[in-house]
Design a protein around this ligand. Structure first.
Ligand code: SAM
Length: 458
C-alpha cells in the first residue's frame, strides 16, 4: 500500500553526484519507477546502467527493492524514444494526465508491502519539470505524501568543470534550449546556459558574436567528460569535431554549454545613481522611492489636475502603482532612474514625487515631477526640482537635464524656470490628452554651465 512518492535527483550519472539527502531517500524506496521508451539505443542502455550502479552503490543488500518500467507516453517534454541529449526530448507535447494515468496504473499493481515509490530524475528535478509534475499529480490523485530531493544539475557541473561561476554579480543567468537560442540571444542577457541542443545552434551566432566565450562540455561528471573553451568564433569548429568524435565513440552524446559575454560585449551597463542622503533645503527634502511609497504615486498620478497634464492622461491602477514603487530601487541601482519622494519638512509628509530618468544620448536625463493637491501653491516643486537638478549635476556626469510640459500647464513652466531651466522651444502636437487629441509641448533644459535658478518662486 503506497504511502509516499519521492522525486529524487541523482545527478548526471556519477554516483558521487548524489547528495547525502538523496542517498538517504534512495534507501527508503521499495519501488523505483523508470520510464521505458521501448527503444534499445546506446543512450537508453547507458542511462539504465548508470541508474543501476547508483542503486547498487547506495541501497543496502538487505533492503529489498525493485525497478519497475513504466511505458513512456509521447509528450510531457519528450517525444517517444528521444534520448536526453536530443531536441525531441525537450519538445514533445504536454500530456501530463496521460503520463500520470500510466504511473497510477503501475502503482495500483504494486504489492501490499510496497510503501515508498521513487522516481529517479537525471540531474536536479527542478531543472526538468517531468518528475516534479508527475509526482505532485500522483500524490494528489492517490492521496499520499510526496517530496522532491534536489540533485546536481548540468549547469552546475558545467560551471564547476570549467572552474567558473554561473553569472556575475549584478548580471543575470539565462537558461535556454538550442531551439530557442538564436532568437533569444543577446549579450546583455549575461551568461546564457544551453541544454538540449543537438545541433549546436551557438554556431549560428559565431559571426554576430565572435568574441563571446563558449564553455562547452559533454558527458559532464563522468570518466568520459570532454571540455572545450574559448572565443566562440575560434573554437566552434573544434567543438563540432570533439562532439562528433564523442558520438562515434559512445553511440550518443550528451552535452551542455555556456555563452559568456566578454567585458566589451555585455551591453551598455548604466552606472548606478549615487546614494542620496538627507537632500534638503530646510523646507523640502528628497528621498528615494521604495515599495512602501506606492500610495503617494497613486494619489499624485490620479489627481484630476495631474491627469490633465500627464503624458497620456491614463489613470494608474493600484497594482501598477505598487509595481512602479517596488521597481524604483532597482531603477536606482541599475542606473535607469533616480525616483524620489518630495517630503514636506514641516509636516514630514510625502508631498509629491520627482524623478530623473536617463534617456536618449549618454549623460542626458529627463525630469518629471508632481505635487499632491494639499501641498500645491507653496513652491515645493521648484525647491524639489532645484535640489534634484543640483544633486544630479554635482554627483553624476549628467550634464544636461530636460523636461517638458503641455503648453497650457503654465505652473509647470514657472517651476522649470524657477529652478534654472531655460525654455528651448515648442514641439507641436507631442503630448497626448485623455480625449485622444494632442497638445503642443514646451521643452526646457538645464545644462551644467547654466546658473542655478532662484529657489522657491512657485
Ligand atoms: C532536459 S535536461 C535535464 C536536465 C537535468 N534534470 C539537470 O538537472 O540538468 C537534459 C539536458 O541536460 C544536459 N545534460 C544532462 N546530463 C549531462 C551530462 N552528463 N553532460 C552534459 N550535459 C548534460 C544536456 O544538455 C541534456 O540535453
Amino acid at each position: 500500500m503506497i504511502t509516499r512518492i519521492r522525486a529524487i535527483g541523482i545527478g548526471l550519472g556519477n554516483p558521487e553526484h548524489l547528495t547525502g539527502q538523496a542517498i538517504r531517500a534512495l534507501q527508503t524506496v521499495d519501488v523505483i519507477l523508470v520510464p521505458d521508451d521501448g527503444e534499445a539505443t546506446e543512450a537508453t542502455a547507458d542511462l539504465a546502467a548508470a541508474r543501476q550502479a547508483i542503486c547498487a552503490a547506495f541501497i543496502a543488500a538487505d533492503h529489498p527493492y525493485r525497478i519497475v518500467e513504466v511505458p513512456e507516453v509521447v509528450g510531457l517534454g519528450r517525444e517517444a524514444g528521444a534520448a536526453p541529449g536530443t531536441a525531441a526530448y525537450g519538445h514533445g507535447g504536454d500530456e501530463c494526465a496521460e503520463v500520470v494515468d500510466r504511473y497510477a496504473e503501475v502503482i495500483d499493481g504494486l504489492g501490499a508491502h510496497e510503501q515508498t515509490v521513487g522516481l529517479l530524475d537525471w540531474g536536479d528535478p527542478a531543472r526538468h519539470d517531468w518528475a516534479v509534475r508527475v509526482v505532485a499529480a500522483l500524490s494528489a490523485r492517490l492521496g499520499v505524501e510526496h517530496d522532491v530531493i534536489p540533485g546536481i544539475s548540468a549547469p552546475q557541473l558545467l560551471a564547476a568543470a570549467h572552474r567558473i561561476p554561473l553569472g556575475r554579480i549584478g548580471s543575470s543567468i539565462h537558461l535556454t534550449t538550442g531551439q530557442r537560442l538564436v532568437a533569444e540571444y543577446d549579450s546583455a542577457l549575461g551568461d546564457v546556459v544551453v541544454v538540449l541542443d543537438e545541433d549546436l545552434h551557438c554556431g549560428d551566432l559565431a559571426d554576430l558574436y565572435p568574441n563571446v566565450e563558449l564553455c562547452w562540455g559533454a558527458f559532464l561528471g563522468s570518466a568520459d567528460e570532454v571540455l572545450v573553451r574559448g572565443r566562440l568564433a575560434d573554437v566552434i569548429d573544434e567543438v563540432r569535431r570533439v562532439r562528433a568524435e564523442a558520438r562515434r565513440r559512445h553511440g550518443w552524446v550528451i552535452d551542455a554549454y555556456l555563452l559568456r559575454p566578454p567585458g566589451d560585449e555585455r551591453g551598455p551597463a548604466l552606472p548606478a545613481w549615487p546614494r542620496m542622503e538627507s537632500l534638503s533645503d530646510g523646507v523640502v527634502s528628497l528621498r528615494p522611492i521604495t515599495a512602501a511609497d506606492w500610495a503617494v504615486l497613486l494619489e499624485e498620478h490620479n489627481d484630476e489636475e495631474s491627469l490633465r497634464w500627464d503624458f497620456t492622461g491614463e489613470p494608474l491602477t493600484e497594482r501598477h502603482a505598487r509595481r512602479n514603487a517596488a521597481r524604483a530601487p532597482r531603477d536606482w541601482s541599475g542606473g535607469r532612474a533616480a525616483r524620489c519622494v518630495i517630503v514636506d519638512e514641516a509636516s514630514r509628509a510625502a508631498a509629491g514625487t520627482i524623478s530623473a530618468v536617463r534617456m536618449g544620448p549618454p549623460d542626458v536625463a529627463l525630469i518629471g515631477y508632481g505635487v499632491l493637491p494639499a501641498f500645491r501653491g507653496r513652491g515645493l516643486a521648484t525647491r524639489a526640482l532645484t535640489l534634484l537638478a543640483d544633486w544630479v549635476m554635482r554627483e553624476t556626469p549628467i550634464g544636461r537635464l530636460e523636461l517638458g510640459h503641455k503648453i497650457d500647464n503654465v505652473v509647470s513652466g514657472k517651476v522649470a524656470t524657477g529652478a534654472g531651466f531655460l525654455a528651448e522651444g515648442v514641439h507641436a502636437g507631442r503630448l497626448r490628452n485623455a480625449d485622444g487629441t494632442f497638445s503642443d509641448e514646451v521643452s526646457y533644459a538645464r545644462i551644467r554651465a547654466s546658473a542655478p535658478g532662484p529657489a522657491a518662486s512657485t
